[in-house]
Design a protein around this ligand. Structure first.
Ligand SMILES: NC(=O)c1ccc[n+]([C@@H]2O[C@H](COP(=O)([O-])OP(=O)(O)OC[C@H]3O[C@@H](n4cnc5c(N)ncnc54)[C@H](OP(=O)(O)O)[C@@H]3O)[C@@H](O)[C@H]2O)c1
Length: 302
């Protein structure tokens, strides 16, 4: 394939940003045989990849002019802006931002890119750096379909699933934020539960044996939430919001008694109690997702 020709800069991929994720993307691109141009604010991070055949560009502008697809993977959108503000002309190829942020930031960046004449695709990496280049990688993309299709031969080298979500450039970031919400709240729950168990002298390994089972409930619950939120029917076949209200009160008391910060439980308790006060105590947990969005016109109409 022509894009494997090392002399053909137009077929290269550029990776801007060489943190753990940028390095993983660059390594996967090299492993797939693509000419790979690198740039990082701290150039020393490129050395291992250069030893594997990547080319280190002296400036962002140089990297951006030498590739068909220019990937940015830095800490946040502010860093992307900082990098791009140094460019005097648009990148030669499609600019694909894989740095994390929320949907409005992606849309602002796309507006800015349009003003600069830059072809812009946004993406969100859902899996950790070690998955990149393996079947376990999942990366979401949104923005102009044609840009995704044209860039796919390069994006596919990152492995696993490259999912196109639609023309609204903010969609990939929106998914990333909601999934990070689930992840961070789950991690917070795990930390809180281990802390509470420790106040009663329960050994971490003994506790983990049963904690695993709670995590195992979530996949089926996600499907049930989806089904009920889609149908708008919150029949409680299993547990009601009222039963959750009583459970959270017990746990909060136990946390307070054990000297564990009850603040995370208070936050959940107030969400549950608002739903009960609004008359939804007999409904299933999925109703809580509706109650959290009081401005939702669908909710107001019910
Ligand atoms: N690591 C993962 O497993 C993972 C998983 C999913 C998503 N992500 C996302 O991927 C992105 C990159 O993550 P990461 O783990 O590689 O590391 P990171 O710590 O989030 O970002 C490090 C990179 O950002 C650069 N950077 C930060 N501020 C900058 C600025 N003002 N100007 C220019 N460059 C700047 C750093 O340059 P220097 O080297 O010069 O400091 C480095 O290249 C993040 O948005 C992260 O949320 C990461």
């Amino acid at each position: 394939m022509t894009h494997h020709n090392l002399d053909n800069h137009a077929a290269a991929v550029a990776v801007l940003g060489l943190g753990p994720m940028g390095r993983a993307l660059a390594a996967a691109s090299l492993a797939a045989g693509h000419p790979t141009v690198l740039w990082n604010r701290s150039p020393a991070k490129a050395s291992a990849l250069v030893a594997q055949g990547a080319m280190l560009a002296p400036t962002v502008a140089d990297a951006a002019q030498r590739a068909s697809v220019v990937i940015a993977c830095v800490m946040n959108y502010r860093a992307v802006r900082a990098i791009l503000s140094g460019l005097e002309r648009p990148p030669s190829g499609t600019f694909v931002n894989l740095s994390s942020g929320h949907a409005a930031e992606a849309r602002d960046m796309a507006d800015w890119a349009a003003q600069q004449g830059v072809s812009y695709l946004d993406g969100a990496i859902l899996t950790p750096a070690p998955t990149i280049g393996t079947a376990a990688a999942t990366i979401l993309y949104s923005g102009p379909r044609a840009l995704f299709d044209e860039s796919l031969p390069w994006l596919e080298s990152f492995g696993g699933s490259s999912a196109y979500l639609g023309a609204d450039v903010g969609t990939a970031a929106a998914y990333e934020m909601a999934l990070l919400d689930l992840f961070t709240m789950s991690v917070g729950g795990l930390a809180h539960a281990f802390a509470l168990a420790s106040t009663e002298g329960i050994a971490p390994t003994a506790f983990a044996r049963f904690a695993r089972g709670i995590g195992g409930l979530l996949p089926d619950m996600a499907d049930r939430f989806a089904e009920q939120l889609t149908s708008g029917t919150f029949t409680a076949d299993i547990s009601t919001i009222a039963s959750a209200a009583s459970a959270v009160a017990h746990v909060r008391d136990a946390a307070t008694a054990g000297g564990v910060d009850p603040a995370p439980l208070q936050a959940v308790q107030s969400i549950i109690e608002r739903a009960v006060a609004a008359g939804h105590g007999g409904d299933s947990y999925a109703r809580l997702a509706r109650s959290l969005v009081p401005a939702d016109p669908a909710e107001a109409a019910r």
